[in-house]
Design a protein around this ligand. Sequence first.
Ligand code: LIP
Length: 264
Amino acid sequence: MIVSPLMTVMVDAVRKAARGLKRDFGEIENLQVSRKGPGDFVTAADRKAEATLREALMKARPGYGLIMEESGVIEGQDKTHTWHVDPLDGTTNFLHGVPHFCISVGLEREGTIVAAVIYEPIKDELYLAERGKGAFLNNKRLRVAGRQDLADSLALYGSPYLGRGSHPRLLKELAAVMAVTGGVRQTGSAALDLAAVACGRADVYWERDIKTWDMAAGLLLVREAGGFASSADGGADPMTAGSVACGNEVLQRELVAILRKVGG
Ligand code: LIP
């Protein structure tokens, strides 16, 4: 697999930030027992990782803008390029010492996502994609699962933090999807859910009320792996709709039909 100079820049930045996250995650175990819990510690870890990514990406591509979970929008002189960065996707998992979290960096060029890196540091799984050049996990080419029957499928979903989105709606969606699939799971990381669909570990995934930094990189992985992604109700770009439903062509279409039938 030939890695372009752009991907090299992105991977170097992600791996540098991951070193700190991995070290901080090792500390988490000791903090679980503290009365206050590790909340502030995790926030500090998140912000440290974001600062590392911001510095590395701005140094490598000075004019590009950034949209980052902790720092918000950082305007760049080059209005055609924007980084979408989640320095710690799966924050709640990290907080509780659950080893399922990642760093996600996607690059948008004039409204199209053109490059993606997702890195899961505990399993050392590096997902890469460039538009038109395929998606890879640790240099192995990815394809979405080929299952054609929802009854055989594994569905992933995400739920919004307390105070965001509609939990009653999600419960209705869960009931409808559970009734027709082989299993439903919530992993707590949108980026890793999208990566799971891209590498065929899951067949479909949906989530509402998520941000561009959660999904920019994963959407490119899914599409470069032959999958399809739309807004949860279908017909719109997930990046503008703030929701996603993805899978192979057949199952993604069936998932959207189920979600639309459940309604608001
Ligand atoms: C999380 C997402 C997850 C979603 C959570 C949260 P964070 O991102 O990856 O899918 O269900 O509500 O938004 O906060 O860990 O970066």
